[in-house]
Design a protein around this ligand. Structure first.
Ligand code: GLA
Length: 381
């Protein structure tokens, strides 16, 4: 993380006054494969990144949170007992986490806090999960004697999205932000909650994000619409979720569902198979297959799930033309980044070409981010 403890501490003292408190941090995430599978009870393959959120927090002995956003230069204070909470979304994350921790029986009290982040907003790297995880972890540490299990901290972040931001997201982002481990990706079974760490050390390849800087707005209907489609199809199949559904089963009910719901489910069923294929390929060190599956995921997200946009499809085409091993939309979609599996020797050509060609077409350079897999939620001091 580029931000230091001193960066956040000096702002905290300036805007909140008094003595220092404690500093916590949580990361954003990438995801190798398994997109829009989490809320379908499937598998995901995320890893935490080095970029994240950092917050200074000091209990203040009242029932009020006094919060300063360093990046947005915005201050607000709000009671943890007033159900309405603050209006601005950047404060609703903190408020929601505090309220959800209270629901779990944690004796949350008021606190003074300042926070900042270096996860690019709207890049699909989950800055919001980083913020939620920072506060869930901190509240557990400061008021809850660390009694809440890590998976429940992730669920607190997810419930915050559902209940305070109106986004019916899955568990992937908050899971990754809490559980991340340097140098490791994680495969999570979103049905059972079981997960495994996978050391990520591909010889001769690297992961590179290309941020289109097109902003996506997930906290609205498009994401929730996708989820609703999946749930309608699962219901028509008589299954609790699309996990484990086959293309044959889907074909058999095609006449009963809308064309749109059919396409959404087709993508999800295909993605489940791709996650298994990627796990197999990784075990054999077969990165060509991993990359091929990433391209297939992009195709599905673009044509059937319809969460791509012109700019992301363009980035994907440029990657293909440059001979990049794998490339696809990462995260919820509707803008943000592509994730690319690039052979070391192609890195310079690819990053130069993608910047030039994107700029020539859209008037501004996309931002290239070299992925470094980092640690999950933690206390820094
Ligand atoms: C967003 C959501 C996640 C997940 C991804 C798509 O990041 O927060 O739960 O559904 O989109 O894979």
């Amino acid at each position: 993380m580029k931000l230091t403890i001193d960066d956040v501490r000096s702002r905290f003292i300036k805007h909140l006054g008094g003595e220092p408190g404690y500093v916590y941090a949580s990361p954003g995430r990438i995801n190798l494969i398994g997109e829009h599978t989490d809320y379908n009870e499937g598998f995901v393959f995320p890893g935490a990144v080095e970029q994240g959120m950092i917050a200074e927090i000091r209990p203040n002995g009242t029932r009020t949170i006094r919060a300063y956003s360093i990046d947005l230069k915005d201050y607000d204070e709000f009671s943890i007992d007033d159900e309405k909470g603050p209006k601005a979304s950047h404060f609703r994350y903190l408020f929601g986490v505090a309220r959800e921790m209270m629901k779990l029986g944690v004796p949350v009290e008021g606190f003074d806090t300042a926070f900042a982040g270096d996860v690019p907003l709207g890049a699909g790297m989950s800055s919001s999960a980083a913020l939620e995880s920072t506060y869930a972890y901190a509240i557990n540490d400061l008021f809850g004697e660390n009694k809440i299990a890590s998976m429940d901290l992730a669920k607190v972040g997810q419930a915050t999205e559902h209940n305070y931001l109106g986004l019916n997201c899955g568990i992937m982002d908050q899971f990754a932000s809490v559980h991340g481990k340097k140098g490791n990706l994680m495969r999570l079974d979103c049905r059972s909650g079981e997960f495994e760490y996978f050391p990520w050390e591909p010889k001769g390849y690297r992961l590179v994000l290309v941020n289109s800087c097109v902003k996506h707005e997930l906290a609205g209907s498009p994401y929730n619409d996708r989820r609703n489609s999946c749930e309608r199809v699962a219901k028509a199949l008589g299954m609790p979720s699309l996990r484990g559904a086959s293309m044959e089963q889907l074909e058999a009910i095609k006449a009963q569902i809308s064309e749109e719901d059919y396409k959404r489910a087709k993508y999800v069923i295909g993605e489940e198979a791709r996650v298994y294929a990627v796990c197999d390929a990784l075990q054999k060190g077969d990165y060509e297959t991993v990359g091929q599956k990433m391209y297939e995921t992009h195709e599905g997200l673009s044509k059937d799930y319809e969460v791509s946009c012109e700019e992301l499809d363009f980035l994907n085409d440029v990657a293909k033309d440059c001979g990049v091993t794998g490339s696809r939309i990462m995260g919820g979609g509707f803008g943000g980044c592509t994730i690319n599996l690039v052979e070391d020797h192609l890195y310079d050509t690819f990053t130069k070409t993608v910047k030039e060609q994107f700029k020539a077409k859209y008037g501004k350079e996309p931002i290239v981010i070299d992925v470094v897999i980092g640690d999950g939620a933690r206390r820094l001091c």
